[in-house]
Design a protein. Structure first.
Length: 293
């Protein structure tokens, strides 16, 4: 039997929003028998025309196969959709965005109902699904045995990254990376605001900003090494005392350009607090410890 003749694993997919529909189409294109369900049935019509079987209920979709992928709005939607549904013997993969605590609770909930459980955090937007060169992937956590068993079919739409047996780890990694992204976006917004009223072409400014951020990104490795060792003075390029001394310039520039410093002030305050309690020869890594409650 050739590789092309090996039967493809059936998939049952609950949720056909933009992400769910993108996932569905990649499984269909790869030849996987697909059963879909959506609370709003009209969203399934296009997929039916492409070869998907449309279930009239979540229970019917779950019953159609052993692998059940859920991609709904939130954790409450998952509980509502699967309320009373027989999950015994099913492999439940939850790609719904949740908190780590919700993921752990949902894993226990699924196991109590006789299902094996994987939680997933999607690090991609719908246009990246089915496009390997786009670099998207999904964090998975929970049963390693289940992940290894289902890895091939889960990797059809987008890459996979297993991060541990703790069911909450996928959500934790997801939110951690996205939090860093929003912090970057905050800095980008402030940078563009500073040049907004000046005779600076934002299109010409953009590559300068992107290249600088790319050059700064590898510093995360130094931060990680310092956190692991506990020595925040190793490999320091610009120490905390020097950086704190420079913060008035950033605040004065914002004031002079008529730009609010509200995106910068909280971080600058943390830097100053760390200087008051730590060593001026440290890196900025000590700020991490101030955030722990």
């Amino acid at each position: 039997m050739t590789q092309n003749n090996i039967p493809k694993s059936p998939v049952s997919l609950l949720g056909l929003g933009a992400m769910g529909a993108a996932l569905a189409r990649t499984w269909l294109a790869a030849g996987h028998p697909l059963t879909v369900w959506n609370r709003t049935p009209a969203r399934a019509e296009a997929l039916a025309a492409e070869g998907a079987k449309v279930a009239d209920s979540a229970a019917a979709a779950v019953a159609a196969g052993g692998l059940v992928v859920v991609c709904l709005l939130d954790d409450e939607s998952v509980g509502s959709a699967l309320d009373g549904v027989d999950l015994v013997g099913k492999d439940l993969v939850n790609l719904t965005t949740t908190t780590p605590a919700q993921a752990r609770a949902r894993a226990s909930w699924a196991e109590e109902r006789g299902a094996r459980y994987l939680d997933g955090g999607i690090m991609a937007v719908p246009p990246m699904i089915g496009v390997p060169e786009a670099g998207g992937y999904v964090f998975y956590s929970g049963s390693r045995e289940l992940f290894e068993m289902r890895r091939t079919v889960l990797a059809v739409p987008v890459g996979t990254e297993y991060v541990g047996e703790d069911p909450g780890f996928a959500a934790l990694h997801d939110v951690a990376l996205l939090s860093a992204m929003y912090g970057m976006f905050a800095g980008v917004a402030h940078a563009f605001a500073l040049v907004r009223r000046a005779d600076v072409d934002p299109v010409a400014f953009a590559p300068l900003l992107a290249d600088f951020l790319s050059a700064m990104a590898p510093s995360v490795h130094r931060t990680a090494a310092q956190l692991k060792s506990g020595d925040y003075t190793t490999g320091v390029v610009s120490n905390l005392a020097m950086q704190v001394a420079g913060t008035p310039t950033f605040l004065a520039t914002a004031e002079g350009e008529g730009v609010s410093a509200e995106l910068l002030r909280p971080y600058f305050e943390l830097m100053r607090r760390r200087l008051d309690t730590g060593s001026g020869q440290e890196d900025l890594t000590g700020v991490v410890d101030l955030l722990l409650r």
